[in-house]
Structure formats: structure tokens, C-alpha cells
Ligand binder design. Structure first.
Ligand SMILES: CC(C)(COP(=O)(O)OP(=O)(O)OC[C@H]1O[C@@H](n2cnc3c(N)ncnc32)[C@H](O)[C@@H]1OP(=O)(O)O)[C@@H](O)C(=O)NCCC(=O)NCCS
Length: 156
């Protein structure tokens, strides 16, 4: 039996890299999020704007998230946004509150950096995360980016 303690975020290091790469969502959710290996490759080429973290509970790697920082959303300086770029909770660890923890941890990190809104985009569809984000207080901005819905959570 696995136990749930207080989850935490860890930087990706040589020690936990394999555990991060092993995180997989359910096969029917793979349309909704890139695999961790792709996110880490993107983090490598965008070191200034990607903030990847492993979600740990005790000695279990239960998920992965990656934040985007200060992106020029319209490429014209009119809207600089930060938010959740990727969120992968391991298939066998879903439904235990780790997704909620991840969003709260990102909100805390962005508040610390002085950011007032947490943005996210998601693929629509029954198996997608839309209702997860709406449950956590995000609302739709009405925008669509490459067929993905844009959501925002005010950070008060
Ligand atoms: C979406 C995802 C991140 C949710 O993670 P999770 O750890 O299972 O979610 P939690 O257990 O923290 O759930 C938090 C709340 O959201 C609700 N929730 C979770 N997934 C939901 C869904 N698909 N639809 C509706 N509500 C959902 C839970 O019931 C819970 O509500 P409650 O506290 O009122 O009971 C996870 O299913 C996942 O990794 N999906 C595949 C990848 C993906 O879509 N990532 C997002 C890319 S933008």
C-alpha cells in the first residue's frame, strides 16, 4: 500500500532524472500533454523561461510540472504572461490531490515572483483537463491558441 504524505517539488537533477522520465499519464490522456522527455528538451533550449519540477511524495515521484515565465504572449509586448506549461500526474497517482497541489505550488512560486495571474492552455475534450482547471478556479479567457483553450487564475 502507498501512503500519501506532504507532496513537494524538486529540481530535476542527475539523481532523479530517470524517475522524472518514467512518469506517464494514461494512454487516453496522451493527446493532452507532451511526455516529460519533450518538456525537458524544451527546458534545455529555453532555460530562461522554463521552470521544470518533479512532484514528489515521500520517495515516490508522482508527477511532473513545468512553468513558463514571462512569455510575450502576442509578440508585441502587450501581454507578458507566466503559468503552467505542462502538468503530468502519473496514471497510478491521479485522483489523490497531486494535481491540486501542483497548481497551488505554481501559484505560490508565481506570487513570490510578483506575478498576478496564472495562465494555462488545455486541449478540449472529454479526457482533457478542462474540468480539473475549472474546479480549481480557473476561468476561460475566450482565447484559443493552436486549438487549445486559454484559462487564467487570478493570484490574490
Ligand atoms: C488533469 C490532471 C493533472 C489532474 O490531476 P489529479 O492529481 O488527478 O487531480 P486532483 O486529484 O488533484 O484533483 C483535484 C480536483 O479536480 C478534480 N478533477 C481532477 N481531474 C478531473 C477531471 N478530468 N474532470 C473533472 N474534475 C477533475 C478532482 O475531482 C478534484 O476535485 P475535488 O477536490 O473537488 O474532489 C491529471 O489527470 C493528468 O495528469 N492528466 C493528464 C495530463 C493533462 O491533461 N495535463 C494537463 C495538461 S494542460
Amino acid at each position: 500500500m502507498t501512503t500519501t504524505t506532504a507532496p513537494r517539488l524538486e529540481e530535476i537533477t542527475p539523481k532523479n532524472l530517470e524517475a522524472a522520465l518514467a512518469i506517464q499519464v494514461r494512454p487516453d490522456q496522451q493527446f493532452a500533454v507532451a511526455p516529460v522527455v519533450k518538456s525537458l528538451a524544451e527546458a534545455y533550449v529555453h532555460p530562461g523561461s522554463a521552470w521544470p519540477r518533479l512532484i514528489m511524495d515521500g520517495d515516490r515521484a508522482v508527477g511532473f510540472l513545468m512553468v513558463f515565465l514571462d512569455i510575450d504572449w502576442h509578440d508585441d509586448g502587450s501581454s507578458i504572461r507566466s503559468g503552467l506549461w505542462r502538468l503530468n500526474i502519473a496514471a497510478e497517482e491521479q485522483g489523490k490531490g497531486y494535481g491540486r497541489f501542483a497548481v497551488q505550488a505554481v501559484a505560490e512560486e508565481l506570487r513570490r515572483r510578483g506575478t498576478r495571474e496564472l495562465h494555462v492552455t488545455w486541449h478540449p475534450g472529454d479526457k482533457g483537463p478542462e474540468n480539473f482547471y475549472l474546479t480549481l478556479g480557473f476561468h476561460k479567457t475566450g482565447e484559443t491558441v493552436e486549438k487549445e483553450k486559454v484559462g487564467v487564475l487570478p493570484l490574490t
